[in-house]
Design a protein around this ligand. Structure first.
Ligand code: FES
Ligand SMILES: [Fe+2]
Length: 332
């Protein structure tokens, strides 16, 4: 397991959505560490996924009244990790599993491996705001490197090719004014388009697109937002959880202003549009990591449209970038 950038290693990450908790424990990983997530007696719980008795993964076991029962000899552990029952003995064994800190925000269960974590995960607007129709889309874990997956969401240059005809038309380009702002806690690129989208689906969904924005917030949150004349039309915020150095589990949060159409119709349209796009991105990221691994390690050239790449790396490393503003004109 290679080292993760410092802000990632010390940050809060979602490991499951509250709605994913059910009758069976969930086996997850965070930066290579196996974790079992379940609905405990006092709410969601996350434990290191290793029975202290004979090392069987607790996620192979079953939930019994808010405790997790190991599949091998039936020891039970509560959400705090303490052994509550050792079958055949009058007293439970005095062995505990390490419990991880848990915070529930925006319908997601967050944890951290940091020794002295910050008190809260950071939620960018509009995730924590009121007045929006929202839905969560916990995406299947994908084979990808974390930074490659984050950049893929924010990269304006690949849709003409990878998503030709869906997100952008391959051979239609228009001048776009880009403003890149780097701040101590985030970086954003604002693309002012003032045009109807070139591909069919975004044209139907959006009408006139005034601006699209890509943002990065450490440890590993990407956001793309689309604005029309009257303000925000859609914000997609993706929390990318590094399960290992080659597997990423994204949790996507969609927000649209209330009132335009019923929330369930917007959700159905947005999902229908994004299913093929997501499949194309997943396939590309999988090929990209296969191709990187053929050489052992990545080596990146900085292209003229890679507006956020340096700041993503600086912020993910837990460093504070120099504030900067710059503008450019490109064709998208
Ligand atoms: S290995 Fe878990 S109870 Fe024995
Ligand atoms: Fe994409």
């Amino acid at each position: 397991m290679s080292a993760f950038p410092r802000a990632v290693a010390e940050g809060w990450h979602p490991i499951a959505s509250v709605r994913q908790l059910g009758a069976r424990p969930l086996a997850r990983r965070l930066m290579g560490v196996p974790i079992v997530v379940f609905g405990g007696a006092d709410g969601p719980a996350a434990l290191i996924d290793r029975c202290p008795h004979r090392n069987m993964a607790l996620s192979r076991g079953a939930l019994r009244g808010g405790a997790i029962e190991c599949a091998y000899h039936g020891w039970r552990f509560g959400g705090d990790g303490r052994c509550t029952l050792t079958p055949g003995a009058s007293e439970p064994a005095r062995h505990a599993v390490q419990a991880l800190p848990i915070v529930v925000r925006a319908g997601l269960i967050w944890t951290t491996l940091a020794k002295s974590p910050s008190s809260e995960p950071f939620l960018p607007d509009p995730v924590a705001a009121r007045g929006y129709d929202t839905f969560l889309w916990p995406v299947k874990a994908a084979r990808a490197r974390l930074i490659d997956a984050v950049e893929n969401l924010l990269d304006p240059a690949h849709p003409h090719f990878l998503h030709a005809g869906i997100v952008r038309a391959r051979d239609v380009r228009r001048p776009v004014e880009v403003t890149v702002r780097v701040r101590p806690t985030f970086a954003e690129a604002v693309y002012v388009e003032n045009a109807r989208a070139s591909a069919l689906m975004p044209r139907m969904l959006e009408g006139l697109r005034v601006a699209s924005i890509g943002r990065f917030f450490p440890p590993a949150t990407g956001q793309i937002a689309f604005e029309g004349k009257s303000g925000l039309k859609l914000a997609i915020t993706v929390f990318f959880t590094p399960e290992t150095d080659s597997i990423v589990r994204p949790f996507a949060h969609f927000a649209t202003p209330k009132g335009v159409a019923p929330a369930f119709i917007k959700e159905a349209l947005l999902r229908a549009f994004h299913i093929p796009v997501l499949a194309q991105d997943r396939a590309a990221l999988r090929k990209q990591i296969d191709d990187i691994e053929a050489f052992g390690a990545p080596k990146y050239a900085l292209g003229p449209l890679d507006f956020l790449f340096p700041a993503i790396n600086t912020l993910a490393a837990g460093e504070t970038p120099e504030p900067s503003d710059r503008t450019a004109t490109v064709e998208l």
